[in-house]
Write a protein that binds this ligand. Structure first.
Ligand code: UD1
Ligand code: UDP
Length: 358
């Protein structure tokens, strides 16, 4: 049994790390195929080093480009690698161009595909990730749904029940495996001059928010208002896409402190000690929920409705006054909820399922 782990971006590296650890522990025959979609040190290599992951056997170095360029290059590169290696299964995680292109390349050469984090839907087809999710699910042989809700969505789309496995989300595994180490090893708060529960943490990188100047400006105005109203520093880890757009649109938030993207242990420390998190990231919505930190999502929809149901998250959209009022609401809400994303053993379950079935 030979397993290929295909990945290409920051969240895939983080969410696949527990699967890689589980394969290492069992001494299974696997290799990592990196598409190279993310390549900057702080979006890529830092996670391999910090999470002690093996170097990828392949790096396709596709880099940045349009959707078609990225998807096309990944399809060609993955097909070549799969022909050299002939694995029995390719595992992908999430909803990026790397995920969809790798899954499609594998399915076309009749190699089985396992989709970790299957069945998420925002029902917003303007999002590139929504197209990637749907298409990846529909060319997968194993659909590892994080929750019963995700399974119900897949069943509703006609996917046979025997292909669907509710495993929990591997982000819970990643948080549990690393939170203790983060507390011991990092002093990110000290380095930034921050005190526990006395700052807000922000991430914002979705094209629908940052590629649109009026919308990006409106969100930044909302963040400025939040910092001013609650007299707390607001720390924004700026994704390179957002940095570029901020420069291009000449946007300079007044009360927001911008920092470069940081490593996972440092970011976990920032998240777990934040008073509240404002974000448009999928992974960060989940982590806030797992870490019992209230979250305000700077979007009009989410493919993580479980967070809304348990009360850890609220959708604020992009209007400044709504961002302010929703932040106030979440600050006053009791932050006691159950984590709906599993018990931290998702990766072990996924590996067990594919090993027993092949
Ligand atoms: C991609 C995913 C998105 C995911 C995000 C995780 C798609 C369609 N989008 O978005 O779902 O949430 O990754 O962070 O797959 N850049 C760098 N260094 C890098 C990579 C990118 O500077 O290592 C810059 C480039 O200018 C590039 C821009 O960021 O043009 C966007 O990169 P891209 O890979 O196209 O999409 P992301 O916004 O990162
Ligand atoms: N993250 C990180 N450093 C940062 C910002 C985020 O390690 O400075 C991690 C975060 O903990 C989460 C993941 O990156 O696990 C989320 O990735 P991103 O927001 O880029 O993608 P998405 O989840 O929206 O697809």
């Amino acid at each position: 049994m030979k397993i290929a782990i295909a990945l290409g971006t920051r969240p895939e590296i983080i969410k696949m790390s527990p699967v890689i650890r589980a394969l290492e522990k069992r001494q299974e025959n696997y290799f990592v195929l990196h598409t190279g979609q993310h390549y900057s040190y702080n979006l890529d290599r830092v996670f391999f080093e910090q999470l002690k992951l093996p170097q990828p056997k392949y790096n396709l170095e596709v880099g940045s480009g349009s959707h078609a360029q990225q998807t096309g290059k990944i399809l060609i590169g993955v097909e070549n690698a799969l022909q050299d290696e002939s694995p029995d299964i390719v595992l992908v995680e999430g909803d990026t161009n790397s995920v969809f292109a790798s899954a499609l390349a594998a399915a076309k050469v009749h190699i089985k595909v396992g989709h970790v984090e299957a069945g998420l839907r925002s029902y917003d087809r303007q999002m590139p990730e929504e197209i990637n999710r749907i298409l990846t699910d529909h060319c997968s042989d194993y659909l590892f749904a994080p929750t019963e809700k995700a399974k119900t969505i897949l069943l509703g789309e006609g996917i046979p029940e025997e292909k669907i496995f509710v495993t929990g989300n591997t982000i819970v595994d990643a948080v549990y495996q690393n939170l203790g180490i983060a507390g011991e090893r990092e002093n990110t708060l000290g380095a930034l001059g921050l005190y526990p529960k006395e700052y807000f943490l922000v991430t914002l990188h979705r094209p629908e928010n940052v590629d649109n100047k009026p919308r990006f400006a409106s969100i930044l105005e909302g963040l400025d208002k939040v910092a001013a109203e609650f007299h707390l520093p607001l720390i924004y880890s700026v994704h390179p896409r957002s940095r570029q757009r901020m420069n291009r649109f000449h946007l300079e938030p007044k009360n927001v402190r911008l920092i470069e993207p940081i490593d996972f242990l440092g970011f976990l420390q920032l998240e777990s000690n934040a008073r509240l998190i404002l974000t448009d990231s999928g992974g960060v919505q989940e982590e806030a929920c797992i870490l019992s930190v209230p979250c305000v999502t700077l979007r009009d929809n989410t493919e993580r409705p479980e967070t809304l149901e348990v009360g850890s998250n609220i959708l604020a959209g992009a209007l400044p006054d709504k961002i302010l009022s929703h932040t106030g609401f979440m600050l006053n809400r009791e932050n006691k909820w159950n984590n709906p994303f599993g018990d931290g053993n998702a990766a072990e379950r996924i590996v067990k399922i594919i090993m027993e079935d092949n």
